[in-house]
Ligand binder design. Structure first.
Ligand code: 1YM
Length: 651
């Protein structure tokens, strides 16, 4: 570049990219694996925008053998001519100027937009190298950048029949803690994007061989490691996917779509015969885990519309109370997706939509179209109302049951469950509770524990599967009531984290299939009724040892088969090695249990966490594991067996 060209603009560009490299977290959230994957989403977002503009039908994403990523679209191709204001090509503008792509081309708004819609220049700044190929006007153009800076000009390099943009980048190892892309993570997000953009085909390929991260947890038809997502029905198919493995209450997917006050609104929903609600809201293709004005508008609309209908059809009598939103949403799977220019995000994690215009827009469109749907489909309308009325009755019964427990506790002071061996310290930060499988292990744990800070709650047998039960039955279950009172937080709407009595809730089960099943039942209960406990990191799984190895009076506890092999290689596979395989917690005496699994100084705890970005996937997983259908569960277990290390081979 000649000195003449190296003007104020260029200096600004370099400063901009330098700012991104200095504080990557500000632009992509973090430099962990999560931030790494955001690089892909940022590039894909630009291609999705081109699809939304009506020019691109297919997006092809590849993880290459060298762990770079290539994204190809068949849109118009990024414009190549010189941008008059900046004196460089539009391609170079897109890849080197921060916040470019915000409102390009005038007119419409950029609707998708990754984390903050900051786009291609951020990816470029955080890549060791990035190459862009544009096919446009019968020609092919190419440019290469390193750490954000152009190292070649945009060159014409051939002819081309097609049009489109191809971007390949290699994440900068100086910036990212983790540079291995995870196939499953990309798969989840790309599937979501395809659901949210009807008609768009997104292909994901993993071209690595046996790489870490190159695994697919599903076995649904994969040709090698290629997956295609293409949903002509868009979010209607998303709702079908959410209801996979559940029994729908009716065949139709209720669908509303329209634009009001500049807000494009799309809603799809269907009830199933379960008692859970799976509601996911999106703004400009980004999930809003905390909801916001769009979700409020949706909830208002369905509550009002169903109550009006039920009254009008005399399904609700004059002397009966209105259905609550909760009653109507029982068993509902719904996607609420809106597109809005300049979305404002609020709340601690900036995941809650604040634009007040979204509420009346969603409310208006859903009220109007849902009313029409109910009039046209009286049989469906009746089914939904009847289910909601049943839920209303169950809610009354549950309230009575809860009132009863509350009254009891008011009478008996803090009546903790009889089986609980509580700790003496009252500072929740220091306290932990072990939920222990079986009375015998519970007994050992009670003997061994540190009485000041460790509480023990033994569970008899398996806890109730909350996925298959209604609230009144769940609250009637002794094991579940024991946990609720022991934790102190109450559940659902009445959940209050400030009342939590232990900052570590540790699930301690045998290292076998039954133990794994109890873990899953426990986690299902916590996820459905006290998800905040998991979100805030209070829930743990204990890891009891699988083996005890003794040699010359020395003792080792071993937690996996690999570890056992490593240890045997080290100490030698001699005759006099004594290897004991623990079949269950109950086989250890109190001291052994404390030493291996409970002692805060030595034990290994696994913290349970929720990945908010793939929450709908998790929802489907719980249904698959705990719901009615056997076939999807069998498929899931077969597909995931390879991830489970300690399955009891004798079981
Ligand atoms: C694999 C990544 O970036 N595709 C892409 C980007 C653009 C266009 C087409 C495009 C946009 C417009 C006109 C317009 C972008 N262009 C710009 C800018 N794929 C990928 N495909 N023509 C082509 O918005 O008017 C920014 S993004 F600013 F140069 F127009």
């Amino acid at each position: 570049m000649s000195d003449k060209n190296y003007g104020a603009d260029q200096i600004q560009i370099l400063e901009g990219l330098e700012a991104v490299r200095k504080r990557p977290g500000m632009y992509i959230g973090s430099t962990s694996s999560r931030g790494l994957h955001h690089l892909v989403y940022e590039i894909v977002d630009n291609a999705v925008d081109e699809a939304l503009a009506g020019y691109c039908t297919t997006i092809d994403v590849s993880i290459n053998p060298d762990n770079s990523v290539t994204v190809i679209d068949d849109g118009r191709g990024i414009p190549t001519e010189i941008n008059k204001k900046k004196g460089i090509s539009s391609v170079e503008v897109v890849f080197t100027i921060l916040h470019a792509g915000g409102k390009f081309g005038g007119g419409g708004y950029k609707v998708s937009g990754g984390l903050h819609g900051v786009g291609a220049s951020v990816v470029n700044a955080l890549s060791e190298w990035l190459e862009v190929v544009v096919e446009r006007d019968g020609k092919q153009f190419k440019q290469r950048y390193e750490k954000g800076k152009p190292v070649t000009p945009l060159e014409e390099c051939g002819t081309s029949e097609r049009t489109g943009t191809t971007v390949t980048f290699y994440p900068d190892r100086e910036i990212f803690e983790e540079t291995v892309f995870d196939y499953d993570t990309l798969k989840t997000r790309l599937r979501e994007m395809a659901f949210l953009t009807k008609g768009l085909k997104i292909i994901l390929r993993d071209k690595r061989e046996n790489a870490e991260g190159a695994q697919d947890s599903e076995i649904i038809k994969t040709a090698g490691m290629v997956k295609e997502f293409h949903y002509e029905g868009g979010i209607k198919e998303y709702v079908k996917y959410l209801n996979k493995g559940k029994t729908p209450l009716y065949d139709a997917i209720i669908y509303c779509e329209g634009t009001k006050e500049g807000v494009y609104v799309e809603v799809a929903m269907q009830h199933n015969d379960s008692y859970n609600t799976s509601e996911y809201s999106f703004v400009n293709n980004i999930i809003t885990p905390e909801g916001g004005t769009h979700l409020t508008g949706f909830r208002n609309a369905i509550t009002k519309t169903f109550n009006d209908y039920a009254r009008q059809m005399k399904l609700l009598k004059d002397n009966e109370e209105n259905l609550t939103g909760e009653d109507i949403r029982e068993g509902l799977s719904a996607i609420i997706s809106i597109k809005i220019s300049e979305p404002q995000f609020e709340g601690q994690t900036k995941q809650k939509l604040g634009n007040s215009v979204a509420r009346p827009a969603v409310d208006g469109i859903v009220s109007e179209q849902l009313t029409y749907f109910l009039e046209q489909n009286p049989a469906v309308a009746k089914k939904i109302c009847e289910k909601a009325i049943l839920a209303q009755h169950a809610r009354d019964a549950a309230r009575k049951a809860r009132d009863l427990t509350r009254r009891k506790s008011a009478l008996e002071g803090w009546s903790l469950p009889g089986k609980l061996a509580d700790c003496s310290d009252k500072d929740p930060r220091k306290c932990e509770i072990f939920i222990v499988e079986g009375d015998s292990a519970g007994g050992s744990a009670k003997t061994a524990r540190n009485r000041a800070t460790q509480a023990i709650l033994p569970l008899r047998g398996k806890i109730l599967n909350v996925e298959k039960s209604r609230l009144d039955k769940i609250l009637g279950n002794a094991e579940i009531r024991a946990m609720i009172t022991a934790f102190g937080t109450n559940i659902s709407e009445e959940f209050d984290i400030s009342k939590l009595r232990y900052h570590k809730i540790i699930i301690m089960t045998d290292a076998d299939v039954d133990g794994a099943h109890i873990d899953t039942l426990m986690l299902t209960f916590l996820y459905r009724f006290m998800p905040e406990l998991i979100r805030q990191g209070y829930v743990y799984l204990a890891t009891p040892p699988l083996y005890k190895l003794e040699k010359n009076k020395q003792v080792w506890y071993v937690y996996s088969d690999e570890e056992l092999n490593e240890l045997l290689a080290k100490v030698g596979r001699d005759q006099n090695n004594k290897i004991q395989r623990y079949k269950g917690l109950g086989e250890m005496d109190a001291d052994q249990l404390y030493d291996t699994t409970m002692d805060p100084e030595k034990r290994v705890l696994k913290r349970v966490c929720i990945n908010e970005e793939s929450n709908s996937e998790l929802d489907v997983t719980f249904t698959t594991l705990m719901g009615d259908d056997v076939e999807p569960r069998r498929e899931f277990i077969e597909a995931n067996a390879k991830y489970v290390k300690n399955l009891d081979k004798n079981a």
